[in-house]
Design a protein around this ligand. Structure first.
Ligand code: 2AM
Length: 177
């Protein structure tokens, strides 16, 4: 099973982000992400045997972190993988703490978290296959899109890439208790 942990926006925020994706793809090209697949990855595990699911669930349940507001307020892009994404102009401390707590707990439980030793930029992919020739030097500004994150999810990716479908297997409340 190809698995990852993510924050999933409520429908209204997902629709707003999908609208930014569509409008930006109309301008610059590429494949916009559909509203129902919009998310922010916290930790990517890749292929995990199904037998490991109970340990994964137990590890995620052990996380103690406060709910927080995620404010998405800028666009960015990566040439190397032709991605255009939305994220935070200034770092979100609560988000960074959640990512670190989760990735550390997963690593301690014996899971390999891809990218853990590289600089991890929390992002929401809005466009894949952005044409190289039109990568904008100055990205358009976006209106603030925010939501109150009260849960995080363990998600199974069925088909990676532009036509991805995702299934939430279980979600976990954000709570200090
Ligand atoms: P992306 O949107 O930047 O491609 C499901 O594939 C999710 O896991 C996506 O959010 C994807 O990020 C992320 N993902 C895929 N491969 C990854 C990797 N090797 N390291 C970190 N995140 C990855």
């Amino acid at each position: 099973m190809r698995l990852f942990f993510a924050l999933w926006p409520p429908t209204d925020a997902a629709e707003q982000l999908a609208e930014v994706a569509r409008a930006t793809a109309t301008r610059f090209g590429g494949k916009p992400t559909r509203a129902e697949t919009i998310h922010l990855t916290l930790a990517f595990l890749g292929d995990v045997p199904e037998a490991q699911l109970p340990l994964l669930r137990q590890t995620a349940q052990s996380i103690r972190a406060e709910p927080f507001v995620l404010a998405i307020d800028c666009l960015g892009f990566w040439n190397r993988n032709h991605l255009l994404w939305a994220g935070n102009a200034s770092p979100n401390v609560a988000l960074a703490e959640l990512i670190e707590l989760l990735q550390q707990a997963l690593t301690e439980a014996g899971f390999a978290v891809d990218g853990r030793n590289r600089i991890f930029t929390p992002h929401i992919t809005l466009i894949r296959k952005l044409p190289e020739a039109v990568v904008p030097l100055t990205l358009p500004a976006i209106d603030l899109i925010s939501w109150h994150c009260t849960r995080f999810a363990l998600v199974c990716s069925k088909t990676p890439g532009a036509g991805a479908t995702y299934q939430t297997l279980v979600d976990f409340p954000l709570s200090r208790r």
